[in-house]
Design a protein around this ligand. Structure first.
Ligand code: ATP
Length: 349
């Protein structure tokens, strides 16, 4: 199923804190039922953007439109959006079920309706067996699920999550990433998540946006951005990328020490060639490859990443190969790398 209908329109949203422009004219359409990730380095403005959506920060300029109506002037409690904070403060003296019912009781929903909704959300989030426990009697991951259930039980149209897995250790974090995605699918609510972790965004998001210095650099499906990064910053930020600095001649050839690559799309002058570790081939001596020496071998499950020193770049190039094919390689060995022009990107800035 492709999701195309826009639920939330972020229209040239800007926020200045004194002289600091934290968010700079961001335009994005969030689609109904999608899992959208806002991604960027520390200080890029992603939390400020999320807080503007939730209503906790007033925009300097721009508009937020939910299902066709502007919500920019509404206070947080009147927006059909719910923000789940990184520090998911649960009430320590209340049971799980009570924690979940609290928000609905504040909204003065009928008792029967509250009980029904709490039961339903506990079933979806696998919390039924913990209904009468208090938060301190739960593990970190279970507490995280309670916080999520508490945000979902109010049935927001959009759930905003600010680094929701930030407090969890790596293993639990990876499990929760999949769980969060399953949950989102099950409840059919639009999720907008803020993260600084590109792997997390790649695992979870249907689409994602990359921000830097308050500006939107690129947005799209993870695979699209991975394969076609708009600029050098995005290329470096998403996944692992090898960069080789060099010159493009008037003949269109890219040249670096020991390496010539044809078909460079960029204009003559200084340029960087970019290629992913899995796009570099190992070639035989009969082919005109880039010669290098293996200085390290890192194990990644069934794959290995060879770190190869070459005359073309100051830092070793990373070459990802399957263990089956590279079983015989050793540190210190000289090898040849095939860098095919159609697998390279060229950046001039
Ligand atoms: P992090 O990943 O570190 O949380 P972020 O991408 O979420 O970073 P923001 O918290 O949105 O970034 O901050 C963006 C910029 O705005 C930063 O330069 C920050 O210092 C500044 N900023 C944020 N809140 C305020 C504030 N209340 N007053 C002044 N400056 C602020």
């Amino acid at each position: 199923m492709t999701i195309t209908e826009t639920i939330l329109k972020i229209d040239r949203l800007t926020k200045d804190f004194g002289p600091v422009r934290a968010v700079d004219g961001v335009e994005l359409d969030i689609r109904r039922n999608e899992f959208f990730a806002l991604l960027g380095p520390s200080g890029c403005g992603k939390s400020t953007l999320l807080r503007m959506l939730a209503g906790f920060v007033t925009p300097t300029a721009g508009d937020i439109v939910l299902e066709g109506d502007s919500i920019t002037g509404l206070p947080p409690e009147r927006r059909p959006l719910n923000l789940m904070f990184q520090s998911y403060a649960l009430f320590p003296h209340m049971t799980v079920a009570k924690n979940l019912a609290y928000g609905l009781e504040m909204d003065r929903l009928p008792k029967v309706e509250i009980a029904r909704r709490v039961e339903e959300i506990m079933a979806v989030t696998d919390l039924t067996e913990f209904a009468s426990r208090k938060p301190e009697q739960l593990s970190g991951g279970q507490r995280q699920r309670v916080a999520l259930a508490r945000a979902l039980v109010k049935r927001p149209k959009v759930l905003l999550l600010d680094e929701p897995l930030g407090a969890l250790d790596k293993k639990l974090r990876e499990r929760m990433q999949l769980e969060l995605k399953r949950l989102q699918h099950e409840v059919g609510i639009t999720f907008i998540i803020v993260t600084h972790d590109q792997e997390e965004a790649l695992v979870m998001a249907d689409r994602m946006a990359i921000l830097k210095d308050g500006k939107l650099l690129q947005h799209g499906a993870p695979a699209e951005i991975y394969q076609n990064p708009a600029d050098r910053f995005v290329a470096n930020f998403i996944g692992v990328m090898n960069f080789i600095e060099g010159q493009v001649g008037t003949d269109g050839f890219f040249e670096a020490p020991g390496l010539t690559v044809s078909n460079a799309a960029s204009a003559a002058g200084q340029a960087a060639l970019a290629i992913r570790p899995e796009e570099i081939d190992l070639v035989g001596p009969e082919e005109n490859g880039l010669q290098g020496r293996i200085v390290d071998i890192a194990y990644h499950g069934l794959d290995r990443v060879l770190h190869v020193e070459t005359p073309a770049s100051a830092t070793p190039l990373q070459v990802r190969v399957s263990a089956r094919l590279s079983g015989g390689h050793m540190v210190g060995e000289t090898i040849r790398l095939g860098i095919a022009p159609e697998r390279c990107k060229f950046f001039t800035a």
